[in-house]
Design a protein around this ligand. Structure first.
Ligand SMILES: [Mn+2]
Length: 236
């Protein structure tokens, strides 16, 4: 039985933000970490993979759609935009064979029994797809078929990069937000799960992060840097 679980989602190759979240999680006394997917796709894939693969303790990894695309070198032939395909290939090229194998061997989901909450299911997108989005305003009727076969009372997801905590047809659904490519947040977002649900936003040095991103060599580096300097708002 876990007591305090850090749900760390959508790091997207932002090593500075990840380091800040790992320090904050340690201060919060977490005994278990779930990395919820989309670790490497972004400006610092190698640093992020080195960091997470060196951690020890109770750690689980869920595969995100972007991990799948980097691990399997998805290109335009899979119907992707040029720029996404280009970043997939660049990220793949940065990683060692061992890091690629690690990405390709992550689980699709994990269930953990957590004090105060019971059984909690962790997925990347929705319980049935790593690309399906659950947002805070997704209509309940659209969510129903995504969760109808889930037996756990609590579901933790990510993928859309905006935190929420809502209940749909009796299931509590928590979106942990994004550590590295946050939307409508200034800091690195994650969730502390157990015994309550605490949606956290950890401050980090985003100006330093932006400088490192500009030096990383990632395609569209200035766009990534701009994203962390001025995260987009939620939009309409
Ligand atoms: Mn994703």
């Amino acid at each position: 039985m876990a007591k305090r679980v850090a749900a760390i989602y959508d790091v997207h190759g932002n090593a500075s933000a990840l380091d800040a979240v790992l320090s904050d999680a340690e201060k919060c006394g977490v005994d278990t970490i779930v990395f919820g997917g989309d670790l490497a796709w972004g400006p610092q894939p190698k640093l992020v993979m080195e960091r997470v693969m060196s951690l020890s303790g109770n750690i689980h990894f869920i595969k995100g759609n972007a991990d799948r695309e980097v691990g399997e070198r998805y290109g335009v032939e899979q119907g992707l935009n040029n720029w996404i395909a280009e970043i997939n290939q660049w990220c793949s090229d940065q990683l060692t064979e061992q890091q690629i194998d690690f990405l390709n061997n992550q689980q699709e989901k994990v269930t953990i029994s957590i004090d105060g909450l019971g059984e909690v299911l962790f997925v990347h997108g929705s319980p049935r797809s790593d690309e399906e989005a659950i947002r805070k305003d997704t209509p309940q009727d659209e969510i129903e078929p995504m969760i109808s076969s889930v037996r756990e009372p609590v579901i933790v997801c990510g993928h859309t990069h905006i935190q929420f905590d809502r209940t749909v047809f009796g299931k509590r659904i928590v979106n942990a937000g994004s550590v590295g490519l946050q939307i409508a947040a200034r800091g690195a977002c994650w969730a502390l799960i157990g015994p309550e649900v605490d949606l956290r936003e950890t401050k980090y040095d985003y100006q330093k992060a932006a400088r490192q991103i500009l030096e990383s060599g990632v395609p569209m580096a200035s766009d990534f840097a701009e994203h962390v300097l001025n995260p987009p708002t939620e939009g309409p």
